[in-house]
Design a protein around this ligand. Structure first.
Ligand code: NAD
Ligand code: MG
Length: 395
């Protein structure tokens, strides 16, 4: 019998983390949980540790780590509890780990995800912000270490499935004309524009097709999520921004498409359930049961497509501009967006102001090339400061 893969789940208490654990629990002979991390829902983290009995758990700080450590010891577990970014990096790069699910949300996931990449792990990338921020450096680290990077984002996983195995030779070399990135259009696809100033966080988080964490739900409503995904796709598939077209497809059944020069268009379809891309990446190049019910095309009945409206979704234009500018621009876009989304969720910012704030932060400084992760983090900090200043001026 082949030894089970040791999996480290960063962001285990989140939406992607829990879906990952659901798939793992279906295949106890193939996957074992080596480490779990959580940041805010600590009771859930404890319950997950009791269920999956990992070798390591990572808590946000020393106090939380001590409490979790005592509770787990009390329950007879030998799990070691670490904390903070250093703890996350340690488990991500641990010699006994085979696969790392990078499912922390936002810039907080950058260093741990990079630690997994640098240690040459199989990295299942959900944390798109990490790649968006540090693109060139991240991909250089993948090549240097020989890490296997597999996309979890449903669109990128779909594109990966529709590309030939040797696509890293270059998209033109393998006959790709365009990549079509599908987007649902989110909850405000048809909301009258004048009502957008009054939408609430609850409305923004009520996604029509997907159940996700709050940050990515707001990103989907503003379509900044698609903008981040455009940048993510450029790095994953070595594509120019102009080779990637965004298509609104409200049913979220086609997860993305690849258009070839001979006129063939390949698509990946499935129910909108993240357990499909998670299972695909966990088992790649094999296939395993994910628990996702078969797609019922008769129930779907129709597939619609429309072009995105830039007036409704200015974040998409801002992200495309940042992709074209390159260098520090995507990190600044991402940081300003994180501040804007947190302020919107806190009711300190109106929905349309998310784009206004990001626009102002991006205009404050021109993009420069990035030579180190420290330079990326410095750009991230400057953008957060400027976003904070914008908030105090407009709050
Ligand atoms: P979530 O909010 O449900 O979970 C986030 C996880 O990260 C939690 O475990 C949380 O404890 C942890 N976390 C938050 N802040 C942290 C910090 N400062 N330090 C360490 N850990 C921290 O988010 P999610 O929806 O699961 O999304 C996770 C990532 O996956 C995001 O980058 C998102 O864009 C991406 N993604 C999610 C989906 C989806 O369907 N949910 C789809 C595609 C991509
Ligand atoms: Mg996606």
């Amino acid at each position: 019998m082949i030894a089970a893969q040791q999996v480290c789940v960063l962001g285990a208490t989140g939406s992607i983390g829990l879906s990952t654990l659901d798939v793992i629990a279906r295949h106890p002979d193939r996957y074992q949980v080596f480490a779990l991390s959580g940041f805010s829902r600590l009771a859930e983290l404890q319950a997950l540790c009791l269920r999956f009995r990992p070798c390591f758990a990572v808590a946000p700080d020393a106090l939380a780590a001590r409490q979790l450590q005592e509770a787990l010891h009390g329950a007879g577990l030998s799990t070691r509890v670490l904390f903070g970014e250093a703890g996350l990096c340690e488990v991500a790069a641990h010699p006994e780990v085979d696969s790392v699910m990078a499912a922390i949300v936002g810039a907080a996931g950058l260093k741990p995800t990079l630690a997994a990449v640098e240690a040459g792990k199989k990295v299942l990338l959900a944390n798109k912000e990490a790649l968006v921020m540090s693109g060139a450096l991240f991909m250089q680290a993948v090549r240097r270490s020989g890490a296997l990077l597999l996309p979890i984002d449903s669109e990128h996983n779909a594109i990966f499935q529709c590309l030939p195995g040797d696509y890293s030779r270059g998209l033109a070399q393998v006959g790709v004309r365009r990549v079509l990135l599908t987007a649902s259009g989110g909850p405000f696809r048809e909301t009258p524009l004048e009502q957008l100033a009054d939408v609430s966080p609850e409305q923004a988080c009520a996604h029509p097709n997907w159940s996700m964490g709050r940050k990515i739900s707001v990103d989907s409503a503003s379509m900044m999520n698609k903008g981040l995904e455009l940048i993510e796709a450029c790095w994953l598939f070595d594509a120019a921004p102009a080779q990637i077209e965004v298509v609104i497809h409200p049913q979220s059944v086609i997860h993305s498409l690849v258009d070839y020069v001979d006129g063939s268009v390949l698509a990946q379809l499935g129910n909108p359930d993240m357990r499909t891309p998670i299972s695909h990446a966990l088992a790649w190049p094999q296939r395993i049961d994910s628990g996702v019910p078969p797609l019922d095309l008769f129930a779907v009945a129709r597939l619609d497509f429309q072009a995105p409206d830039e007036q409704r979704f200015p974040c998409l234009r801002l992200a495309r501009q940042a992709a074209e500018a390159g260098g520090t621009a995507p990190a600044m876009l991402n940081a300003a967006n994180e501040v804007a989304v947190a302020a919107f969720l806190d009711r300190r910012l109106r929905f349309p102001e998310i784009a206004s704030m990001i626009d102002s932060v991006l205009n404050a400084e021109s993009a420069v090339a990035v030579e180190s992760i420290d330079a990326v983090m410095a750009a991230d900090r400057r953008a957060r400061e400027r976003a904070g200043q914008w908030l105090s001026r407009h709050g």
